[in-house]
Design a binder for this molecule. Structure first.
Ligand SMILES: [Zn+2]
Length: 530
């Protein structure tokens, strides 16, 4: 049987831009649009031309995308003619391939939000779709509050769907605007709609307020809808929108969908998905979501030592898809339960080949276990693990020796009579026969220590110029008098590489120092410093 075409519609730049704390610039929107286009998304909704300067600028020029670039906006305003509606005019002037109109699918909102009659709103839907077609755009209609509206007054909601379809909308999109609908209801109600509008003209737009946005989108597809709207990493207001990064591999790799449907994905898109998802988080300055389906750092990691050799022998029996299919990788975590096979596979990832019978391997395993018992967490801090491994099995140059450091924290009144807290760090370093001393201030003790440590490393300073701390996490491990502090630091450099280092000490500053020190040494090692 030939497969049916299923269309993907991305609304990251419009609905996703509603996410608290997110505010895209024109440049960012262009970069994201290109990322989506390279994946092979069919429609990219750019925003709301005329509503704000960013979107007006974005829609003032052709974006040169293969996808259909889509402008979003309101239908003709109640009581106005088409010519006398500046909002609609700006939409029709947009440099776009398609226009997605938002229409009210719940009679309550027609009356309360638009302050008009349902008949007038139905006329407005028809007029807007026809105007878009007359101007050469592909028209779509998002039926807002579709599911809740349908439950309250199915006659009106159905009339709105019919009006959009009969006026010639390419897609009538059923929106779960409040996000509270469940998969069973979606499947039932979309099936009813598919009796009125052919499935190849029906789209679904879900929000994740019950954690079901992906499941609801799939339910709509089963009921006949052939277009799915969603966002990158599921961003969006409240709990977010349907996550395209989860939907894409599900549709492309799971036989019940893959055998029936075809997506417009570009060659290699699936294998780039993990990278795209992480690059997008990076752009938003959000920490990576470790447990994200398919693309998370831990999506294919297993901790149990007893499983490790079995996983490596026959991964299919432990994984629902192969990590390489989505550009992710398998991780067999080194942990308390670690056996030699875990360790060997981790070392291989660092580019270190070690024979199973090498006695130094037992040394390393013993040190890993000993350190983990003290509170070190090597399953996350792989740069610290790599340093430990290289020191045990081979050689890591002693670039510098921190002879001493001192950190002062002072709270006092400044000249303006305001209470301020200042931190100052002094670090003494020996490199070969030379001694260096650096002093730096910071808004906190770790910040000051980091600044002082990196301020002057003599010949090594050139290698760490692009080094940056991205994240800093503190945990108390152990209980009572045995309590100690673990500091986990995430760093990155000018090449975009990221790594984690760890330090453990009863003293939080000392734990931070160890992690900072590891991070610098790791960077020097990777940069090939001598
Ligand atoms: Zn929405």
């Amino acid at each position: 049987m030939p497969r049916q075409r299923l269309y993907l519609y991305d609304t990251t730049l419009r609905d996703g831009a509603q996410t608290p704390g997110i505010d895209f610039s024109v440049e960012e929107k262009k970069i994201i649009a290109r990322m989506l286009d390279e994946l092979g998304i069919d429609y990219i909704e750019g925003g709301y031309p005329g509503a704000n300067p960013t979107d007006s600028e974005l829609f003032s020029a052709d974006q040169g995308l293969r996808a259909r670039f889509t402008a979003f906006g309101m239908t003709r305003r109640a009581g106005r003619s088409l010519d006398n509606d500046p909002g609609l005019r700006r939409l029709l002037e947009a440099r776009a391939d398609a226009i997605c109109f938002v229409a009210k699918g719940w009679d309550y909102h027609v009356k309360v939000a638009l302050n008009t009659t349902t008949d007038e709103h139905l006329a407005s839907i028809r007029d807007s779709v026809e105007a878009a077609r007359a101007h050469g755009f592909e028209p779509l209609v998002d039926i807002e509050h579709f599911f809740d509206g349908y439950k309250a007054n199915p006659e009106y909601t159905t009339a709105a769907v019919r009006a959009a379809h009969e006026a010639g909308a390419r897609w009538v999109v059923l929106c779960d605007t409040n996000g509270g609908t469940l998969p069973e209801e979606v499947e039932e109600i979309v099936s009813a709609m598919a009796g009125i509008v052919p499935g190849e003209n029906l789209g679904i737009h879900c929000h994740d307020d019950t954690g079901m946005a992906v499941a609801n989108s799939l339910a709509a597809v089963r009921a006949g809808a052939r277009m799915i709207q969603g966002t990158l990493n599921g961003i969006g207001e409240r709990c977010g929108n349907a996550n395209l990064v989860t939907l894409i591999p599900t549709l492309a790799l799971k036989p019940i969908y893959a055998e029936r449907f075809e997506l417009g994905l570009r060659e290699g898109a699936l294998e780039r998905l993990t990278q795209v998802s992480r690059a997008f988080n990076e752009m938003l300055n959000r920490p990576p979501e470790l447990q994200a389906p398919y693309v998370g750092e831990t999506a294919f990691s297993t901790k149990a030592g007893i499983h490790a050799s079995a996983i490596l022998k026959n991964p299919d029996t432990y994984e629902h898809v192969r990590p390489e299919q989505v550009g992710n990788r398998r991780r067999v975590l080194v942990s308390d339960q670690a056996g030699k096979s875990n360790l060997i596979s981790e070392l291989k990832r660092f580019g270190m080949e070690v024979d199973k019978t090498d006695p130094r391997l037992d040394d390393l395993l013993a040190r890993v276990k000993e350190n983990e018992a003290m509170g070190f967490a090597y399953d996350t801090a792989d740069a610290s693990l790599e340093l430990l491994a290289r020191r045990t099995l081979g050689h890591v140059p002693v670039y510098f020796d921190v002879e001493s450091y001192r950190v002062l924290v002072e709270r006092r009144y400044n000249a303006m009579g305001e209470k301020v807290t200042m931190a100052e760090a002094i670090v003494k370093v020996r490199i070969g026969k030379e001694h260096f001393m650096s002093v730096a201030e910071g808004n906190g003790p770790v910040n000051a220590l980091d600044a002082a440590l990196r301020k002057d490393l003599g010949p090594y300073s050139q290698y760490i110029r692009g080094l940056e701390l991205v994240d800093f996490k503190v945990r108390i491990v152990g209980k009572g008098t045995d309590a100690t502090t673990r500091v986990l630091i995430e760093s990155r450099d000018e090449t975009g590489a990221r790594w984690f280092t760890v330090g453990v000490s009863p003293n939080i500053i000392d734990a931070s120092f160890q992690a900072l020190n590891d991070s610098i040494i790791y960077k020097l090692l990777k940069a090939g410093a001598r």
